[in-house]
Design a protein around this ligand. Structure first.
Ligand SMILES: [Zn+2]
Length: 202
């Protein structure tokens, strides 16, 4: 089963082919410069690609005995809208019972669903990409308030600058990406070379 997980190179090729990963000279809304740009929803617009990625991630959870022994009474949780297609795909592959997702609402992260304490099964948190780890940290605090344990966490891509664990739970990913970010144009190597910039929205 583990053989069916595509290699990081294969996953990167899928992301490039779908436009979800691009190389160039990008300026983010926070003013940072980078030679890489991920827009993961572009990969998830193709059902077949979405399915391959989600099934691959689900296999990384299924091999964990602590997780597989609790199925199907598990909830798959997305910390953001970008993780929703991942959550549905992983749920489908694991036949997990529940799905929840959080959204940013006037500077505060909240679950989209109204949930009471005790309603949430043990959780696997999944996102499309983990850049800083803030979204999963904030969502993990919400999950704990509801009294549910987190038994798994993962994403299609994890930046190597993000944490490797969420509490005691390892963060599983199909690709660990070493992202180059410059705080401003002053130390950006592409600015020094005079490469034209592309301003991005996310
Ligand atoms: Zn630059």
């Amino acid at each position: 089963m583990v053989d069916l997980i595509p290699s990081p190179d294969t996953v990167m090729q899928m992301l490039k082919r779908t436009g979800a990963f691009r190389e160039g000279h990008f300026v983010y809304p926070n003013g940072k410069h980078s030679p890489h740009y991920f827009q993961m929803p572009l990969a998830f617009r193709y059902y077949d690609t979405a399915r391959v990625l989600a099934v691959a991630l689900s296999r990384k959870f299924r091999v964990d005995r602590d997780i597989s022994s609790q199925l199907p009474r598990v909830s798959i949780i997305s910390p953001s809208s970008g993780g929703i297609p991942v959550a549905f795909g992983v749920r489908d592959a694991l036949s997990a019972e529940q799905i929840y997702w959080a959204e940013q609402e006037s500077d505060q992260r909240r679950f989209r669903q109204y949930i009471n304490e005790g309603e949430v099964n043990p959780c696997i948190m999944v996102d499309d990409i983990i850049r800083s780890g803030n979204a999963i940290d904030e969502t993990s605090a919400l999950v704990k308030e509801l009294g549910a344990p987190i038994i798994g966490c993962g994403a299609i891509v994890r930046f190597t600058s993000a944490p490797e664990k969420l509490g005691d739970v390892p963060i599983r990913s199909l690709v660990d990406f070493d992202a180059h970010m410059y705080d401003s144009g002053d130390d950006c190597s592409d600015c020094k070379k005079g490469v034209p910039i592309e301003t991005v929205r996310f």
